[in-house]
Design a protein. Structure first.
Lengths: 324, 697
């Protein structure tokens, strides 16, 4: 009986405490201020935001935006231009986010990977201003279809500026996804991307293009001719694959061979040329210096190109065989 | 870029808001932005320092400008000005003491106009250890020392011991940019860009008399100008752009003339001439537009019409004085060449239901070479007059592409993309008139959980040709069993898988594999099959708030198999090439003393091997493996001495070893009928030390 009374007393005590706690909680809840709605803007605009996102807040500082084109008060197109919505032009209404007690990540477009907003909605904030010129191809472009966020590449709050706008740093962002190309640029023969002297956007339009591989020009060859105009012609004696597609012989991201060739001559040339006599002859290792057939001009150095050196075409009247 | 009123932004943000209801107009009159740190006046930084390079290496100097042992000035910096009313100016300079120096500048008034300038250099080197007996390298005429034994019947008989001299083959590209932009009224922006690339130096080439060839230094003295004038218009619904583009190439050298070091036994065959790339010009008008038909339907199109011309006077058919009187007259003094290009594409995308999007693209690209077709006399390598006259074959190509695709995101964890692409190509003067390729592809992405995503890709392409004939445009006809790989029937299979896993807040992993196989099953002579496999692995770890580490590895294997016929009949030899490449990299960044001392290191090891085997019925041994090995170590540190002063230092070690049977051991006289450069596969070990002080003002 003693035990029963003790247990009953304990239960009554706990019930009393629980009731009291519930009552306090209800009172507290009733006293909690109502949060602004998600579509409500702050009272002071950027001044509200910067009260937290200032230089004293490592990792959350927004100060770098003022060194960028987005933070230009004299530019009427800028979020900070006259009448602009300042920070909230991109991040959306911030009254709830700035209110005490709000769920910070669930009340603002942070543009971060863990944002509660889907990528398309995050991107819409950027596209609402940046849809012109090169972004007309964004829709249904490869990057858009793969759910890429603008901020996966662009970092507009960095003190050193957006890395996508500098030739030396752009490739790092591109190659973080394009692994095969990252490896290609470590190969012995490449364009100077890993040296920071050439950017991916020199050839590709990351915001979308209907050309294959999102090239900046309508065709691959036109893209190559931008820098290699000497190969454009028209020439008296053209080499057909040169006029059709540079990548039939070259790997523009990198190769193990000189001049970024897919394969070395003579085998490269013999994939297309098989007339009777010397073009069809098997060029074996016997043609190496010291080999059983002695050093062969068809095997070493330029191989076929030692004689047919005008492989991109010739404008010499006697250059039909690309030897002049 | 377009000007939008706050109302437009407001409307966009209404869409953004998770709460749903559109926001009312905001009164921003009290938004003073008093705490906004808008920069004013002049600020910037200057870097002054020195670099020391431990060894000579033209290969290491490729794209680095650090080709010679010794000290270099390390100078750079940035200056920016922000004034009232949006006036601004920015200047950035880097590596001014090196051959990769660059300067960019931009100035203007924000939101109204801007003008930008740029200058950059890129050094390029070729052929480590090259030697030549020719004189006048870098010019347009190469001669041989007189009275010492040139010409000779073969290279062993040439007086090379006393006449060979080292030659540095390479050129520098100097790039000048100027551009401007003006923001007009009513959503218009106008811009212009002018770029000039000047190349100056030499690059390797070769010239021959029949089958006796010499490797030569080709003069490079070229200028390419690119100009674009553009206007763009953008509203929320319509974006359009129209531009005129001009590209002009000019070559200050029209030919390379060289003295024949071989005695051919044919009168007058003692000088040859290679045509340099002739001046050419290309004009193009491009227009593009995007239109939001409804909130869920968008259309865009691009159109370009271009015309390329080339009309440089021909060189003489031969320099051989014994043949000149007998060479038939040329049909024209120059080509008067003209190529017309037309490019068009149209794209439409629609979202008929929640989670489903459809895409359709049609594109047409035409290269129509309208150069006159004439019959030309042909002098074979300045040795004899070809009895057959030759007509030029201006190649043309018309390519039509249709792409249909769909994306479905209606299932919670799965996303699907699929499509079918058609690619039809019609060519002139080729063995095949038309090739048609259809490719079906699909991708499935499974977001297994918030931190793990798996992606799978499959594609299958089938290319067929109209019929395979024989083209006589280039001398003797090919073996009728030959199928050129860009014209041949082909089946292409692709598969890929990728996993991205955020193991925790501080660790992320990535794994990927790609495979592609091209099967030319109907090809008897030519490329029969090729295959490539790629595997990649990545890890990124935030060891602490101050320390971040990443590592990656990528392995690639690619092989090809082809057949040939020495008998001009059925295949009697095969060629197989197998390339392997691996790269392993590590990087670490460490804020040793926050806001005071930053340290970092990057290490990469890359290895390549290439095996080539050409075998007849005799069973010849394979070629030696061609190999490269590059190890790179980069260390860097930045120490903040005080508020305005930093001390930056770096160390860069690079080791490069390579072996290549194409050049190794090929001395200038190693092949009796080839006067070679005698260069070797690159080898170097270079240490680079850099120390610089950065002063910020």
């Amino acid at each position: 009986m003693k035990i029963t009374r003790s247990v009953l007393s304990a239960l009554l005590f706990l019930a009393g405490v629980g009731w009291q706690a519930l009552a306090v909680a209800q009172q507290a809840g009733a006293a909690a201020p109502k949060l602004p709605s998600l579509d409500e803007y702050t009272q002071k605009g950027a001044d509200t935001c910067l009260s937290c996102h200032d230089d004293e807040s490592p990792g959350y500082s927004a100060a770098a935006i003022f060194s960028s084109k987005h933070g230009q008060p004299a530019d009427k197109r800028s979020p900070f231009g006259a009448g602009g919505l300042q920070c909230e032009a991109c991040h959306g209404p911030g009254a709830q986010h700035s209110a005490k007690g709000s769920k910070k990540k669930l009340s603002i477009n942070s543009f971060k990977a863990d944002s509660y907003l889907p990528v398309a909605q995050r991107n819409q904030a950027c596209l609402s201003c940046h849809e012109g010129t090169s972004r007309t191809g964004w829709h249904a472009g490869t990057h858009e279809r793969n759910n890429l966020a603008c901020t996966d590449c662009h970092k507009i709050h960095q003190p050193q500026g957006d890395p996508m706008l500098a030739k030396a740093t752009e490739a790092e962002a591109c190659l973080s996804c394009h692994k095969d190309q990252r490896a290609d640029f470590h190969k012995p023969s490449t364009h100077p991307v890993r040296y920071g002297l050439m950017s991916c956007s020199g050839c590709h339009s990351p915001h979308g293009s209907t050309a294959d591989a999102m090239l900046v020009k309508p065709t691959l060859n036109q893209t190559c001719y931008s820098c290699h105009a000497e190969k454009r012609g028209p020439l008296l004696w053209e080499h057909q694959p040169v006029t059709e597609d540079c990548s039939l012989c070259h790997s523009p991201h990198g190769s193990l061979r000189e001049a970024m060739l897919n394969k070395s001559p003579a085998l490269l040339c013999q994939q297309c040329h098989s007339p009777a006599a010397h073009p069809s002859v098997a060029r074996t290792s016997n043609g190496l210096p010291g080999g059983s057939a002695g050093g062969s001009i068809f095997v070493v150095a330029g191989s076929c190109l030692s004689c047919h050196s005008q492989v991109h075409g010739s404008n010499h009247p006697s250059g039909a065989k690309l030897m002049r | 870029m377009t000007t939008y009123s706050p109302l437009f932004l407001l409307a966009a943000l209404g869409v953004l808001s998770a709460a749903g209801p559109a926001a009312a107009q905001v009164d921003t009159s009290q938004w003073k932005c008093e705490s906004c740190p808008f920069p004013k006046g002049i600020k910037g930084n200057v870097d002054v320092g020195a670099a020391y390079v431990s060894d000579d290496s033209t290969t290491f100097g490729n794209y680095t400008g650090l080709d010679s042992q010794g000290a270099y000035l390390d100078l750079g910096g940035t200056v920016s000005y922000r004034g009232d009313g949006g006036y601004f100016a920015d200047l950035t300079a880097a590596d001014l003491g090196l051959d990769i120096r660059s300067i960019t500048a931009e100035s203007g008034r924000a939101g109204l106009y801007s003008i930008d300038l740029g200058y950059a250099e890129i050094p390029r080197y070729f052929a480590d250890g090259a030697r030549t007996p020719f004189l006048g390298n870098g010019g347009d005429t190469l001669t041989l020392p007189q009275g010492v034994g040139f010409p000779a019947v073969d290279t062993p008989s040439m007086p090379l011991a006393t006449t060979l001299q080292p030659i540095e083959l390479g050129y520098k590209t100097s790039r000048f940019d100027i551009g401007g932009k003006w923001v007009g009224q009513e959503n218009w922006i106008y811009s212009f860009n002018l770029r000039r690339d000047v190349r100056d130096g030499t690059k390797p080439t070769a010239g021959s008399f029949y089958s006796n060839a010499s490797q030569l230094a080709l003069q490079v003295d070229q200028t390419t100008d690119q100009f674009e004038l553009a206007a763009s218009y953008a509203t929320r619904q319509l974006q359009a752009n129209v531009a005129y583009q001009l590209s002009e190439f000019r070559n200050r050298s029209d030919a390379l003339t060289w003295e024949n070091p071989f005695s051919m036994g044919i009168a007058g065959a003692d000088r040859g001439q290679l045509a340099q790339a002739p001046d050419n010009r290309f004009h193009q008008v491009v227009a593009s537009a995007g239109y939001q038909i409804t909130p869920s339907v968008r259309a865009s199109t691009d159109v370009a019409y271009g015309q390329g011309t080339q009309n440089v006077d021909y060189l003489a058919s031969t320099l051989n004085p014994a043949l000149i009187p007998s060479v038939p007259a040329m049909p024209a003094p120059s080509l008067d060449g003209q190529v017309t290009t037309f490019n068009f594409n149209a794209k439409i995308t629609a979202a008929p239901t929640e989670g489903l999007r459809l895409h359709a693209i049609y594109a047409r690209d035409i290269r129509d070479n309208e150069s006159p077709i004439l019959i030309y006399p042909h002098v074979a390598t300045d040795m004899f007059i070809d009895p057959d006259l030759r007509g030029n074959t201006p190649f043309g190509l018309t390519q039509d592409r249709i792409k249909l695709g769909a994306d479905y995101t209606g299932l919670e964890a799965w996303k699907f993309n699929a499509g079918v692409d058609w690619d039809n190509r019609e060519r002139s003067y080729q063995e095949v008139v038309t090739t048609r390729e259809a490719t079906v592809w699909g991708r499935a992405t499974w977001q297994a959980e918030e931190s793990l995503a798996l992606t799978f890709d499959l594609a299958y392409g089938d290319r067929n040709n109209s019929s395979y004939g024989v083209a006589y445009w280039f001398g003797d006809p090919n073996n009728p069993r030959m199928r050129k790989y860009n014209l041949a029937s082909r089946e292409r299979r692709k598969a890929a898988a990728r996993a991205d896993w955020a193991v925790s807040d501080t660790v992320s992993l990535g794994l990927g594999v790609d495979w592609v196989n091209d099967d030319y099953s109907q090809t008897v002579i030519g490329l029969n099959e090729s295959e490539a496999t790629n595997i990649s692995a990545d890890i990124a770890v935030a060891l602490s708030d101050a320390t971040h580490f990443h590592a990656f590895w990528q392995g690639e294997k690619m092989w090809t198999r082809q057949s040939g016929s020495q008998a001009y009949a059925a295949p009697d030899w095969t060629g197989r090439v197998e390339d392997r490449f691996q790269v392993l990299g590590f990087g670490i960044k460490h804020a040793a003393i926050p806001d005071k001392l930053d340290l970092g290191a990057n290490i990469t090891f890359s290895r390549s091997d290439s095996d080539t085997s050409v075998q007849t019925s005799i069973g010849e041994p394979p070629f030696p493996t061609a190999e490269t090995a590059r190890d790179v170590l980069k260390l860097y540190a930045s120490y903040k001495i005080d508020e305005n002063l930093w001390l930056n230092g770096s160390y860069w070690y690079e080791r490069y070893d390579s072996a290549d049977w194409r050049v190794d051991g090929v001395q200038p006289d190693a092949v009796y009928n080839l006067l070679a450069f005698g260069n070797h596969a690159p080898q170097y070990r270079v240490n680079v030390f850099r120390v610089a002080v950065r002063y910020q003002f």
